[in-house]
Design a protein around this ligand. Structure first.
Ligand SMILES: Nc1nc2c(c(=O)[nH]1)N[C@@H](CN(C=O)c1ccc(C(=O)N[C@@H](CCC(=O)O)C(=O)O)cc1)CN2
Ligand code: GAR
Length: 226
């Protein structure tokens, strides 16, 4: 059994997807938010999952916030820390504390569109393919080793809402899979920063995900050093 702590900032739909996936070998030890009004806290509490708020506005610095966040995480003995719509840039010290067992989901095909407002930027850039990326977190924002991606088309007439909804549906499919691979000790990262999945069921049509239907094959994502 691996203990997982999930960090949220808002609705926490990716946290819900991970909880609802009922991943064998995974125990959701806590859900922690940096915002007291995060809707995901109620979902977790209703399922008996311990929750906590570490409000970033209550701390004089990013470093102080991250230290308090780490202290709270460690009370739950996290073996994996999952960022699920968590909207704070983390300090190097925090990332180094959990590196290799700290994951994030980003709403673009990294390394395209790091940062915020990814869907509007994708539309304005005129790309035809967009999607989501699960990656290990590194101090450098949104460029850690990629675990899995999903690709969606950008359709004529798409706006930020329609495109974000299409991407979010894929997020809810790939994040539980990434967590499942971690829990099953099937992930390794090469010296070049590329993720290898032991016994991965993938072919030209994409991933065969046991608990999910097919995820469209994603283009290779340039692996960038962490
Ligand atoms: N050191 C790292 N920290 C974080 C990473 C990472 O890869 N390395 N991933 C992000 C998640 N993220 C995009 O996926 C992201 C989250 C937040 C921001 C950001 O600019 N946040 C602002 C505040 C925004 C707000 O409160 O609404 C900030 O922190 O000042 C950019 C990217 C998680 N952290
Ligand atoms: N940079 C981080 C980021 O933008 N995360 C994004 O926030 C949305 C809400 O997530 P949620 O429904 O799980 O809270 C999701 O699309 C997630 O990819």
């Amino acid at each position: 059994m691996k203990s997982i702590v999930i960090l949220i900032s808002g609705r926490g739909s990716n946290m819900e997807a991970i909880v609802n996936a009922g991943i064998p070998g995974a125990r959701i030890a806590a859900v922690i938010s940096n915002r007291p009004d995060a809707k995901g806290l109620a979902f977790a509490a209703a399922r008996g999952i311990p929750t906590a708020v570490v409000d970033h506005k209550a701390f004089p610095s990013r470093e102080a916030f991250d230290a308090a966040l780490a202290e709270t995480i460690d009370t739950h003995g996290a073996e994996l820390v999952v960022l699920a719509g968590f909207m704070r840039v983390l300090t190097d010290a925090f990332v180094r504390r959990y590196e290799g067992r700290l994951m994030n989901i980003h709403p673009s095909l990294l390394p395209s569109f790091p940062g915020l407002h990814t869907h509007q930027r994708a539309i304005e850039a005129g790309v035809r393919a967009h999607g989501a990326t699960v990656h290990f977190v590194t101090p450098a924002l949104d460029c850690g080793p990629v675990v899995i991606q999903a690709v969606v088309p950008v359709l004529p007439g798409d706006d930020e809402d329609s495109l974000s909804a299409r991407v979010l549906r894929q997020e809810h499919r790939i994040y539980p899979q990434a967590v499942r691979w971690f829990v099953e000790d099937r992930l390794t990262v090469t010296a070049q920063g590329q993720v290898r999945v032991r016994d991965e069921a993938v072919d030209e049509a994409g991933w065969t995900i046991p608990s999910l239907d097919r995820v469209p094959g994603a283009g290779a994502c340039d692996s960038r050093p962490s």
